[in-house]
Design a protein around this ligand. Structure first.
Ligand SMILES: [Zn+2]
Ligand SMILES: [Zn+2]
Ligand SMILES: [Zn+2]
Length: 144
């Protein structure tokens, strides 16, 4: 993504576009799959882990990223689909491959609405399907 576009996207979310924030944003934009903190640490060799984490925490607070927990309980980050304020209707189901341990976005699959008992309030909703991705199945010679 062009850094001028990243600057614009961050400003739309009310975030000051510093060099580190642009780096983290780009690392997420260049990957179609959600990334964990250690994935990002590998991609962003110029930044240390705690700096990456600080940027991610800020991004999460400002709805620049959304998070979900994969099949192993590891938090993954992905960019919010909305420009500016997020109405949180961009959530979707994720698929976790137990063979290659990668997570995939099933953006066509919206999260189901869950009705809570009175007095309960929802903070987040995560829906992860566990299984084996097409690439891994193909590698093992399984076809349907
Ligand atoms: Zn969003
Ligand atoms: Zn796989
Ligand atoms: Zn996703």
């Amino acid at each position: 993504m062009h850094s001028q576009d990243v600057v614009l996207r961050l400003e739309e979310k009310g975030i000051k576009p510093t060099a580190n924030r642009i780096l983290v944003y780009n690392a997420l934009a260049e990957n179609e799959r959600p990334q964990s903190l250690s994935d990002l640490e590998e991609l962003l060799v110029v930044m240390d882990k705690s700096s990456i984490f600080r940027v991610l925490a800020l991004f999460e607070e400002a709805d620049v990223v959304h998070t979900f927990t994969d099949g192993r309980g590891i938090i993954h980050y992905e960019l919010c689909g909305s420009h500016g304020a997020c109405s949180h209707d961009d959530g979707h189901v994720h698929f976790y491959c137990e063979t290659c341990r990668q997570s995939f976005c099933l953006t066509e699959e919206q999260l189901p609405a869950v009705s809570l008992p009175e007095g309960y309030t929802q903070h987040s909703l995560s829906y992860v399907v566990k299984g084996e991705c097409a690439k891994c199945r193909k590698r093992r010679g399984i076809s349907e």
